[in-house]
Design a binder for this molecule. Sequence first.
Ligand SMILES: C[S@@+](CC[C@H](N)C(=O)[O-])C[C@H]1O[C@@H](n2cnc3c(N)ncnc32)[C@H](O)[C@@H]1O
Length: 203
Amino acid sequence: MSDEFSHWDHIYKNANLEKVSWHQQHSTISFNWIVESTKKQDAIVDIGSGVSILADNLLAAGFTDISLLELSTQALNTLKTRLKKSTDKLSFYNENILDFESNTTFKLWHDRAVFHFLTNPKDQQTYLQKLNQYLEKDGLFLLATFSPEGPTQCSELDIVQYDVKKITQLLGDRFNLLKTQSEAHPHPNGSVQHFNYFLFKKK
Ligand SMILES: C[S@@+](CC[C@H](N)C(=O)[O-])C[C@H]1O[C@@H](n2cnc3c(N)ncnc32)[C@H](O)[C@@H]1O
């Protein structure tokens, strides 16, 4: 069992999940961008879904092909129970994205507050190789990370902050940036956390 798995599984077993810093009552920017840029039957994957409300929001809007990939077994089981009426529209992957292997490809790859935990360039490149392999040509990469105005840690782990320049340099010429937006995410403790959202199209 990896330290990383234990860290996250412990949180999902013990924390009040409506009080964790990344909690959202609605997926706002992610949801709006997905609705604007995809069709309801497109294959969408949420990397490091946690117990995010995104899948609930997409199901309610009529999306029919949603994959949820998550390291923590506890988090994924919580989602499976919560979404049990919609299992025909859902696929679950209990694994580390860095080890992901599948025959499936996706039209849209969503990542909110997961990629930014990869502080090691080798892990970042492995993630980007998976993204490139499993995202369809002309597919969309919707990424949300802490911005340079945001925290340097999330869940007591170091993260990498991204702005447009840094993320476009890292992605290289395989992706075109379609749009970006900043968000002051309200932390349940009353403070704010500054995020940047990026929408890229694969060439
Ligand atoms: C800060 S939470 C964000 C959860 C969710 N994306 C949201 O916006 O509510 C980070 C999530 O990523 C998961 N995670 C971290 N590293 C991962 C990895 N290498 N592969 C898959 N999931 C990972 C954690 O278990 C946790 O659920």
